[in-house]
Design a protein around this ligand. Structure first.
Ligand code: GLN
Ligand code: ZN
Length: 708
């Protein structure tokens, strides 16, 4: 028997179980992480730990402490941003000029001690200081940048052996002149903490150029994502000094497919050939949030088993021979299944021509045709699609799923809700109405349930932000649309509103792809094109049913952007193409809308333009007009509705506040192209605040029309 190789993971799903430690150890993992769990957001936790708390909250706290209960609690929340290229949102910390770091919150420490009491010498996981500051933004009016404040926040985790420091920004294109020094300063300081060993981890992509200096940092171990960052391996073996541990991320933490253990074993063999077994760990590829993306508890557990099999097989293959054989058989059966490859879908893809990706006329001509057909006022008002998913709506759906409500009863209930929603919008004075999306839990599940090639789990929840979760479907085979999905509800909604157009509401191919677990046996672009054809059929059917405005949401298009600039263009090309494939099957009169959450659009503006949508709605209320500068720079000329208020908080924006924003918008966007709408869908809100906010919004547009 050779010395065993250690096995570990970088983190475990947040949703579901709260007995993680016990489980991890029982799967035979020798090194167990702790502190990766968060009740809300791990970036917020990290910021709180070191006392990064915006002044507006400190004041609030002080007032509360002073017993002042009648204080005005109207403080804007922190901005939320997508976590790398995942669908997770983190709270963006704000660093002020006078920022001091103090140990403000002892969560990691407490959890470490708790694990110790249970008999585990666990490895605390912290978000690295460089990443924390790089992901922060300057507080309003601050003259300094967050990174200027880099200081050693101090790790008082005495008694721990290993501390895992996650520095996911190492997977980005970094300015070496700035970051090499920032990392060196931080990790030199860490190295002074006696008795602690630091495992520097990075994931989401290759380290690339950053490897040269990251390998030289004075840490005790480096984790490599060898699924997404396989290209780093040769250089890493050369550059990482032999006395450091290499933690090999060989089991994909971002997807749910069984690993090909034979293939991963050969990668592991390459590492063990160059290192002593004691300095090699086998791990999951990605960090704790990726394990959350995985979110799928039983699958997460199988991954633990795969990791432990790999670790054993590296030194004692005979012990796990049967398990390895079983793995190869399953990998092979998937590769050859006829449920996966379907000729009709493949043929249709092969027959596409340039016309399949083009509208009949250019935007200017379409705009004229749409004006004549729709007769909308100046500054048309609309919403992004969903209306409040109240407890009652969710209860009705749950009862339908349990069989307590029949299909007909559920249908009737949905129609009543839709009708009420349409009538309210009409009375409130909105111009382009929506049916409210009461039949949907989230943007993807509904479509996945109606398309072929998808399967579902009952409990595969993953976190989107805070306590909000989604349940991604699994795309296992070729995708097609056996029957229309939204035509009935759209037709019904339009019937409830004879005088105003109702928008058909669909999720775009890139977003459906991005928010599913996607098959790994063909390029993502090909799976996306299959989804696009299904959506195209739906768009054409909606038009035939008399729907004049059709919105195809692509909130995830920015999130799918690769982390490295050199990978951008290939992604943007196919993602623009599949959107066009989905939306160009209609006449000039039919107005195609698209919606994107988030405003970090600079890198992709050319792509957004190439989507050739007639109207886009976009998050704007929190982005300090950055977006609008980009609009001008890139010469955006179609119609656009930058959101007038943030829907993530129950706060009702006043007429004055939105009017100020709306007049700022008019400096950048020609009046005849400007729409008035919220930032995003309203499903997380309650009716009273929605009614108040939208009534104010309609007033803003009406006043602006008068003033124009
Ligand atoms: N139409 C969707 C809704 O309103 C869009 C949501 C989103 O952009 N995330 O809910
Ligand atoms: Zn949105």
């Amino acid at each position: 028997m050779s010395a065993p190789i250690k096995s570990t993971i970088l983190g475990f799903p947040r949703m579901g179980s709260d007995r993680q430690l016990k489980k991890l150890a029982s799967y035979g993992l020798s090194e167990v992480p702790v502190g990766d769990f968060s009740y809300y957001d791990h970036v917020l936790d990290a910021a709180l730990t070191v006392g990064i708390i915006p002044e507006r909250y400190q004041q609030l706290d002080a007032c509360r402490l002073a017993g002042n209960k009648s204080i005005n609690v109207d403080v804007p929340s922190l901005e939320m941003k997508k976590w790398f290229d995942t669908n997770y949102h983190y709270m963006v910390p704000e660093v002020a000029d006078n920022q001091r770091f103090v140990l403000h919150n002892t969560k990691v420490l407490d959890e470490f001690l708790e694990a110790k009491e249970l008999g585990h010498n666990a490895r605390p996981v912290i978000l690295g200081p460089v990443s924390l500051l790089a992901l922060s933004k300057p507080a309003k009016g601050a003259a300094t940048k967050p990174l200027d404040h880099l200081a050693n926040p101090g790790a008082s985790l005495s008694g721990a052996q290993w501390v895992q420091v996650d520095e996911p920004i190492l997977a980005l294109d970094l300015d070496a002149a700035v970051y090499k020094a920032a990392f060196a300063e931080t990790y030199n300081a860490f190295a002074q903490v006696a008795g602690l060993k630091f495992l520097l981890t990075s994931y989401f992509d290759r380290l690339g150029d950053n490897l040269v200096w990251a390998a030289a940092l004075p840490v005790h171990g480096i984790h490599l994502d060898l699924v997404r960052g396989a290209a780093d391996l040769d250089a890493a073996l050369e550059l990482i000094p032999k006395d450091k541990v290499i933690s090999a991320g060989l089991i994909n933490g971002r997807n749910i497919w069984k690993a090909n253990l034979e293939k991963q074993l050969s990668v592991l063999a390459k590492i063990t050939a160059a290192r002593t077994p004691a300095s090699v760990w086998v791990s999951s590829s990605t960090g704790h949030l990726d394990e959350e993306t995985l979110g799928w508890l039983s699958f997460a557990e199988e991954k633990l088993e795969e990791i432990s099999i790999l670790a054993q097989a590296a030194t004692n293959p005979d012990d796990v021979a049967a398990k390895l054989q079983d793995n190869s058989a399953k990998v092979l059966s998937r590769a050859t299944s006829e449920r996966i490859t379907r000729a009709a879908v493949q043929n249709r893809l092969a027959e596409l021509t340039a016309e399949s990706y083009r509208r009949q006329a250019q935007f200017n001509e379409r705009q004229k045709a749409q004006r004549a057909a729709l007769r909308l006022p100046l500054f048309p008002t609309t919403t992004i699609g969903s209306f409040p998913q109240t407890a009652e709506v969710r209860r009705a759906r749950a009862q339908f799923r349990k069989g307590a409500l029949s299909q007909a009863e559920y249908q009737k209930y949905l129609e009543e809700e839709t009708q009420k929603c349409i009538e309210w919008q009409d009375q409130a004075g909105l111009d382009v109405l929506v049916h409210g999306e009461f039949e949907r839990t989230d943007m993807v599940e509904f479509f996945g349930e109606h398309l072929e090639g998808f399967v579902f789990t009952k409990k595969g929840w993953v976190q989107s932000y805070g306590s909000r979760c989604v349940k991604p479907p699994v795309i296992f085979g070729d995708v097609s649309r056996p029957h229309p999905m939204t035509v009935d509800v759209a037709r019904f909604a339009q019937k409830c509103s004879p005088n105003k157009p109702v928008k058909g509401m669909l999720t775009g191919p890139v977003t459906i792809l991005q928010w599913s677990f996607v098959r790994d046996d063909q390029p993502r672009s090909q799976t996306a094109a299959q989804i696009a054809l299904a959506i195209r059929d739906e768009v054409v059917d909606l038009e035939a049913a008399g729907i004049k405005v059709i919105q195809v949401d692509e909130p995830a298009i920015r999130e799918g952007l690769p982390l490295r600039k050199s990978d951008y263009s290939a992604y943007l090309e196919w993602s623009v193409n599949v959107f066009r494939l989905a939306t160009t099957g209609v006449r000039n009169e039919t107005q195609v809308h698209s919606h994107f959450c988030y405003s970090d659009f600079n890198e992709i503006f050319t792509a957004i333009k190439s989507l050739d949508a007639d109207v886009i709605t976009i998050e704007n209320s929190k982005s300090d007009l950055k977006l609008l500068g980009a609009l001008q720079v890139h010469g955006y000329s179609a119609e656009i509705g930058p959101g007038l208020y943030d829907i993530h908080s129950p706060r009702v924006p006043s007429v004055e506040e939105m009017a100020a924003r709306f007049s700022a918008l008019q400096q950048y966007i020609p009046a005849e192209n400007l729409w008035a709408n919220p930032d995003c869908g309203l499903k997380t809100r309650g009716w009273p605040e929605v009614k108040e906010a939208l009534t104010n919004l309609v007033t803003v547009a009406a006043n602006a029309r008068k003033a124009h």
